[in-house]
Write a new protein. Structure first.
Lengths: 543, 92
């Protein structure tokens, strides 16, 4: 069965059961059953078809996470469209940039995002500096679709045959036929890329998650992550396909998370490191164990925690299983550390998930021996179709099978992740860091993570980010930005590091800051920090 | 401090936080005092933490992690009521 058939079957199989809720603690809860959800989905799907939507059309959902958004996403999938959602709190200029990269045929809004965008279109239109945005004035002829709730879904149609980058589009147009989803990733260059995922792969990802997390119709999962993030999206799909109940909470405050676990009997949470780092800083209430007794599992996805934080997390959720996952938007989930291996291998990201293979390739493209580092290369489930309207980028990331791995795999493509890592004798993967984040200093190669995890061991440190900035004497100088708890002393931290790290890993500079620049998925934006210091260096050179 | 005065300052802090996250925009985001800021998608949890730190500094109040919740921080009015109660506590 394909993805659409599976979804339709879930609607009727679980008809009277709760499918999804939007919870605003302490006491606002709206729930849709599978039957009610199907009704809404079909209504939006009919509407889209009446608007002239065809299979393979790209539809972008620019919405705040809500029940309406769930229904809209499913309606697009049901009508055979390619759905794309992106972060609703993204600034409007960035949203417009995404439209111009992906050229959607339809845009779906809610009241808030439409208000945001209209304002911005007017701005760019009036000064004429960004002509490309002017291709979307269709906002004036907006069709309004009122729904049962007070929230409306607005549709804007982009006329066919008006793509200005025609050549590139035809070159990968074949992939849109198989595609079901387009996720945006910021990419190391800062130019967003639209990652296309096939219908088949989307289904396989969900099925694998159902198996790994042992999801059933008895589960209630807490949705904290945006659907524009692969982990959040896969939680939604695997939840619905298993008949479970997805509870949407638009808050990462530990208190709200705990209230939701208790009052909605949550059994599983997919989380990112910054959610858990916040939770660990929140003192446990005396009845914590009682209140979280339904919680079967939590995941650490989209990044890693330092070792001491992992130990703390293990103690914090003493009665729940912890899954760690590793992957990129281009590969989804490459590996998983299962709960049974957690104690023994917590600093690894586990072993390849079902249907995937991972290789560590050295600079010559040969398979590296155990414990020797190289580039992490992914094959199998999760592999993207390519980047939307970007053939060159696609060919750089997605490559033909190389000779050295042909013994293991001979079909499909390899994703060159740009991540450095190593695999131990038992097959567990360790991620060292980004190839482009590696710091070359005093003749050594250093990964920010090695230094950060040591800084995070200091009792007065809440968070830390390490970057390398060009330096004539050292090659690169290590700079650490650190968030303290108020009692942090830079000199003391420096001595602390000197006792624990080799000389070449000692930061040349430690700066205590109030905030670190973060992405919507809670990841540190290293490029922004690096840029700040590079600019400062240039200014110093000039003066 | 009068409620209206607290509200004026709080609104200014919110606009600053949004601007620092979204970049400078000629037309800053509009929001009503009863609009849901976090659940409604005007600011995210990360920006919310920033907002709360700014409030702590500006009003010279201490906010405990256990007080961070949608119930206290989801609308301008709720934030202001919370700050006011903290200021009263400080005086006592």
């Amino acid at each position: 069965m394909n993805l659409i058939q599976e979804i339709i079957q879930a609607f009727s199989r679980y008809e009277g059961r709760a499918a999804t809720s939007h919870y605003v603690p302490p006491n606002s809860l709206i729930t849709l059953t599978y039957g009610q959800l199907e009704e809404r989905v079909r209504e939006i799907a009919d509407f889209l078809l009446k608007q002239g939507m065809q299979p393979g059309d790209l539809v972008m959902c620019y919405m705040t996470k809500s029940l309406e958004m769930v229904a809209s996403i499913l309606a697009v999938l049901l009508t055979g469209g390619v759905c794309s959602s992106f972060y609703s709190k993204q600034n409007p200029q960035y949203s417009l940039k995404l439209f111009s990269i992906a050229h959607p045929r339809f845009l779906l809004f809610d009241e808030g995002t439409l208000r945001n965008l209209k304002k911005s279109v007017k701005t760019t239109g009036s000064d004429n500096r960004c002509p490309v945005y002017m291709e979307y004035p269709a906002l004036e002829s907006i069709e309004i679709r009122q729904h049962h709730s007070s929230k409306a879904i607005y549709v804007s149609k982009y006329p066919l045959g008006k793509n200005d980058s025609g050549k590139e589009i035809s070159a990968i147009a074949h992939s849109l036929d198989d595609a079901a989803w387009c996720l945006f990733t910021s990419g190391s260059t800062g130019v967003p890329k639209g990652v296309l995922i096939s219908r088949e792969d989307l289904l396989r990802r969900a099925m694998t998650e159902i198996e790994d997390y042992e999801l059933t119709d008895q589960d209630s999962l807490l949705s904290l992550l945006p659907f524009s993030f692969d982990v959040g999206l896969n939680q939604l799909l695997s939840c619905l396909l298993s008949g479970a109940h997805l509870v949407i909470l638009n808050s990462w405050f530990p208190k709200d998370v705990l209230t939701t676990i208790r009052s909605r009997n949550i059994t599983g949470i997919s989380g990112v490191p910054s959610i858990w780092a916040e939770a660990l800083a929140y003192p446990k209430e005396p009845d914590f164990e009682q209140n979280t007794q339904t919680l079967r599992y939590v995941t650490v996805s989209g990044g890693d925690l330092a070792k001491n934080q992992l130990v703390e997390l293990r103690q914090y959720f003493g009665n729940s299983k912890i899954f760690k996952t590793y992957g990129q938007t281009e590969t989804f989930r490459s590996s998983m550390l299962k709960p049974s291996d957690f104690e023994r291998k917590m600093t690894s990201v586990g072993r390849p998930v079902k249907g995937t293979q991972i290789f560590i390739l050295n600079d010559k493209g040969e398979i590296a021996p155990p414990n020797i580092e190289g580039e992490i290369v992914h094959h199998g489930v999760g592999t993207m179709l390519g980047y939307i309207n970007d053939l060159e980028g696609t060919n750089g990331k997605l490559r033909d099978i190389v000779e050295s791995v042909r013994e293991t795999v001979n079909e499909g493509k390899l994703v060159f992740t740009g991540d450095r890592g190593k695999i131990d004798e038992e097959g567990y993967l360790y991620v060292l860091g980004r190839e482009d984040g590696m710091i070359k200093t005093l003749g050594h190669r250093v990964y920010p993570k090695e230094i950060e995890s040591c800084i995070l061991e200091h009792e007065h440190v809440k968070n830390a980010a390490v970057v390398g900035v060009r330096d004539e004497r050292r090659g690169q100088m290590i700079i650490a930005e650190v968030i303290g708890n108020g009692a942090l002393d830079e000199q003391r931290l420096m001595s602390f590091l000197k006792e624990r790290l080799p000389y070449y890993m000692i930061p040349g500079e430690i700066n205590v800051v109030q905030h670190l620049p973060m992405t919507e998925n809670g990841k540190i934006r290293y490029a922004a920090i690096k840029e700040k210091y590079e600019e400062r260096r240039i200014l110093q050179d000039c003066s | 401090m009068e409620f209206n005065e607290i509200r004026e300052v709080t609104r200014r802090i919110i606009v600053e936080v949004i601007t620092s996250n979204n970049g400078v925009d000629e037309n800053p985001v509009k929001f009503e005092n009863e609009d849901s800021l976090i659940d409604g998608g005007i600011i995210d949890s990360i920006a919310a933490v920033q907002l709360i730190e700014e409030c702590m500094q500006h009003f010279d109040i201490l906010i405990h992690p256990a007080e961070l919740s949608l119930e206290n921080f989801d609308t301008v009015n709720r934030i202001c009521q919370f700050i006011q109660s903290k200021l009263v506590e400080n005086q006592q």
